[in-house]
Design a protein around this ligand. Structure first.
Ligand code: AQP
Length: 331
């Protein structure tokens, strides 16, 4: 039995990348572990976001969690901003991490490069500190994430080591990330060297499968995915990024090995292969979408789940905060 923690930022329409890399995997942890899954709404403020969009997307994310199979009786489901303790822990931790460490974070470099250099928020820079606070707040040891978040979990591990050794006690958990075997980084269908992201600019949206897209749009996006001229279905992310990405999507959906899929599509043309990928996606995403819309239609029920989750999460959080406050001399 381990403590599990993960979350998703409600920053826009969720993508197939978020689904495969992240919340699709959460339910597998809830049977034999203590599982804490949250909507990272404070993290969503690290880049400009419209308030109405943030409110609505917060409900979307919890509905996706429920549709993926998370059960509020087995998993503590909550909203990050409901846990006041995390703000205090964040303010403490921020003194135990160095500017150089944060500057090296790949995600900060990628996201800040897209902004006006004079308007890069401190919140974006310090994002990994709040993420570490989220992890420590519930004594989490396992953090299921996609590939792009591994570096942040490693940093949290380093902060815990430093903090625990400074006070010579086991005050913070030492987290490890877990990523899915296939699909830990789903790439854009139009630009397969870049990650499929929910905040991709509107011109790039043809390369992004949104979980709320219609079947027609999903099929169209897959059928027009960028490939290559070799006409061989083979996994080679360097030489064949488009086909390799489609193979990852197919294997994640069908839960098969890449080598088996390569055999299945041996001698197939790309049109036939793409159709099989689209069928595999719709087989899983079609029923998932129906469940999502059913949960999403009842905001009152979703509020109740958030309220109940916050009570349980704050109980766990207050234990950790007391421990840390005493250790550093705030109590
Ligand atoms: N393309 C992806 N492939 C696999 N996993 C992915 N994740 C995101 N994109 C992919 C995983 O989804 C979880 C939640 O991500 P997040 O919303 O908290 O932030 P993110 O990693 O920054 O995701 P996006 O879609 O790129 O969001 P924006 O555009 O708002 O910054 C994480 O576990 C992530 O690894």
């Amino acid at each position: 039995m381990a403590r599990i923690l993960s979350g998703v930022k409600p920053t826009g329409k969720m993508t197939l990348g978020n689904y495969i890399g992240s919340f699709r995997n959460f339910p597998s942890f809830q049977e034999d572990n203590e599982s804490y899954i949250f909507v990272a709404d404070i993290h969503a403020l690290t880049l400009p976001i419209d308030p109405a969009n943030l409110r609505s997307t917060t409900y979307d994310v919890i509905s996706f969690y429920l549709a993926a199979g998370l059960d509020p009786n087995k998993t503590v489901l909550f909203k990050q901003s409901d846990i006041k303790e995390v703000a205090v822990l964040n303010s403490i931790l921020i003194n135990y991490i160095y500017m150089g460490e944060l500057s090296r974070m790949t995600q900060f470099k990628a996201k800040s490069a897209k902004l006006n250099q004079k308007k890069i928020g401190v919140g974006l820079f310090a994002y990994p500190v709040l993420m570490a606070a989220d992890i420590f707040m519930y004594d989490a040891e396992i953090v299921p994430v996609g590939d792009d978040q591994i570096q942040h979990v490693e940093l949290a591990h380093d902060i815990a080591k430093r903090f625990n050794s400074r006070y010579n006690a086991k005050l913070l958990s030492m987290p490890k990330s877990v990523t899915p075997k296939v699909g830990k980084r789903i790439m854009s269908l139009q630009d397969p060297l870049h990650k499929m992201s929910k905040s991709d600019d509107p011109k790039k949206q043809k390369g992004v499968i949104y979980l709320q897209d219609s079947e027609k749009d999903i099929r169209k996006k897959i059928m027009s995915a960028i490939t290559d001229s070799e006409a061989v279905v083979r996994f080679d992310p360097e030489k064949k990024p488009g086909i390799s990405n489609l193979l990852s999507i197919y294997c994640a959906m069908k839960k098969v090995e890449i080598s088996d899929a390569e055999k299945t599509f041996n001698n197939c043309n790309y049109g036939v292969f793409k159709k099989a990928v689209a069928d595999a996606v719709m087989e899983e995403i079609g029923p998932f979408q129906k469940k999502f819309f059913a949960y999403r239609s009842d905001e009152k029920k979703l509020d109740e789940i958030f309220e109940q989750g916050a009570i349980k999460a704050r109980q766990a959080a207050s234990v950790v905060l007391e421990r840390v406050k005493k250790a550093v001399g705030l109590k």
